[in-house]
Design a protein around this ligand. Sequence first.
Ligand code: NAP
Length: 310
Amino acid sequence: MVKQIKLGRTDLYVCPIGLGTNAVGGHNLFPNLNEEVGKDLVRTALDHGINFLDTAFFYGPKRSEELISEVIKERGNRTELVIATKGSHKFVEGGVVNDNSPAYLKQSVEDSLKRLQTDYIDLYYIHYPDNETPKAEAVGALKELKDQGKIRAIGVSNFSLEQLKEANQDGYVDVFQGKYNLLEREAEKELLPYTAANNISFIPYFPLASGLLTGKYTKDMKIDDSLAKKPHFQGEAFVRNLEKVEQLRAIAEAKETEIANVILAWYLTRESIDALIPGAKRADQVLSNLRTLDVLLTEDEINEIDRVFR
Ligand code: NAP
């Protein structure tokens, strides 16, 4: 059995390598996604001991939650699974807004419960802050749902430090999800120290910088249109980033592993980062990322990786 850890102060036990599922039915995020391939990502994860799935209403929208529930149904048992989902997006005429009002969040949880075909959600995040709702009021609505057993842990995502502090004024925030990877380290300034000091588990999204940190790119490769828009895939920055990634190849080779595994293992050495949710497009990527659990970094290697990406 794959090892599991307790996620921060929650009572959730997860494999430290989870699965990010924005490419499972996330048709609004990636073109030409095949839903069967997406379901196979989930099946592969579950077959190999990954029990932590990260989804959201927005991925699809709705399809990621629906496809996950279809796979869970095949298994007939969800008790070992830790399902995290998120809400706040509201589709209105002319676009999409975020709504953190208690009424909208409560309705969003009910809708996610239905799509996931379950009677509880292990971890529910407010996906993005809105500009109107006092944060403690929004989190207070989730606390009510927690007390009713509809959700087991409370998360917020994409909040600034000030918003997180306000959200956590009654100490109800269990998990924070924010952008963090070795190329985008802003969270180290304030958010990571705050989560560490307040016993909040920090789950980084884009841990592989959308694949750039896996070591599979070279400077002459044709970059997919959806990636070419991202600053770290552009021009000089792209070349510099590739040079940094290459500097980790020796560490990976000495350990007979992949650069992605070295990088994922490094995050797990950071205070308040208990678990990761790398995404995948292919089942072999899920299996490859899971092998991170075999990687033990020495203090010197941890410092060297830090230095390369400083
Ligand atoms: P990511 O984890 O940085 O990158 C995942 C991508 O890298 C995969 O789709 C795959 O894309 C490539 N990849 C993964 N493993 C690989 C391997 N071993 N070898 C080679 N390539 C590999 O980015 P992400 O999936 O967008 O983010 C992770 C999760 O965070 C998401 O799935 C989602 O659940 C969550 N998320 C949350 C928010 C939020 O607002 N809270 C925002 C973004 C994401 P290719 O095959 O196309 O290269």
